[in-house]
Ligand binder design. Structure first.
Ligand code: ZN
Length: 238
């Protein structure tokens, strides 16, 4: 076995852009991590989520959408080193700024090759952990969307494993989507989603082979539409 370990101090950044308009006391933070593990390019993890929210930001500008609530897009740095970028961001918010964030949407891996459509289980109905009050409503927006599309979904544990963790830790409701990482797809899931039973949802999870070939464009397309729907829903809600 070979251990390849980097130890040292590096500088990284969060990239943040927000709509000029919209209520700044009801901010919708839409996040995806921009870094990858050192072992690979991270096209699925998390080029998929980063690209989806970038396209939505560009389209909102292009279409001159004037949101009721301010939308703040965040591409987090150093998620893979322990949610460093999002934790730094939340740690540096004042009490007032925390109060002004209505919710956080998080998209980390939404094009897994052997995908399942997972929705964060905000109310803890199917998994041990519930999010802060309001997370249930966010989950419901995704569930209603997919029901309308005729696309089945599964709940996934709201365990703080991605950049929404620091937000829920300070009581900000959150939600998001996920198409699976290193866990193994079951026969039951194959019956619904297709793909290969007994293989990882993402066979190149955290590996050098996480390249453009490691994306399901079908999953990315379906999930990106759901991302856009959720961003617009919360941008416009009263
Ligand atoms: Zn990730």
């Amino acid at each position: 076995m070979i251990a390849d370990v980097f130890r040292g101090i590096v500088t990284t950044s969060n990239v943040i852009a927000e709509t000029p308009g919209g209520r700044d006391d009801r901010v919708v933070v839409v996040g995806a991590h921009l870094d990858s593990v050192p072992q690979g390019p991270g096209i699925q993890d998390n080029g998929s989520g980063s690209a989806a929210i970038l396209e939505i930001a560009l389209q909102m500008a292009e279409l001159d959408i004037e949101p009721r609530n301010k939308v703040r897009f965040a591409w987090w740095g150093a998620e893979e080193s322990g949610l460093v970028g999002s934790q730094f961001y939340v740690d540096n918010l004042s009490k007032r700024e925390i109060k002004n964030i209505a919710l956080n949407l998080n998209f980390d891996m939404i094009g897994s090759p052997n995908f399942v459509r997972f929705v964060y289980d905000g109310n803890g109905s199917d998994t041990p952990l519930a999010g802060p009050n309001g997370s249930k409503n966010i989950e419901q927006v995704f569930l209603d969307y997919f029901i309308n599309q005729g696309l089945p979904t599964e709940p996934t544990a709201f365990d703080g494993r991605s950049d929404y963790g620091p937000f829920i830790a300070v009581g900000i409701p959150a939600g998001g989507l996920f198409t699976g990482a290193e866990r193994i797809k079951t026969e039951d899931e194959v019956a619904i989603y297709g793909g290969t039973a007994g293989e990882q949802y993402d066979p190149c999870y955290h590996l050098a082979c996480d390249t453009f070939d490691n994306i399901s464009l079908e999953a990315l397309d379906q999930m990106s539409d759901a991302v856009a729907h959720s961003v617009l829903t919360f941008a416009m809600t009263t």
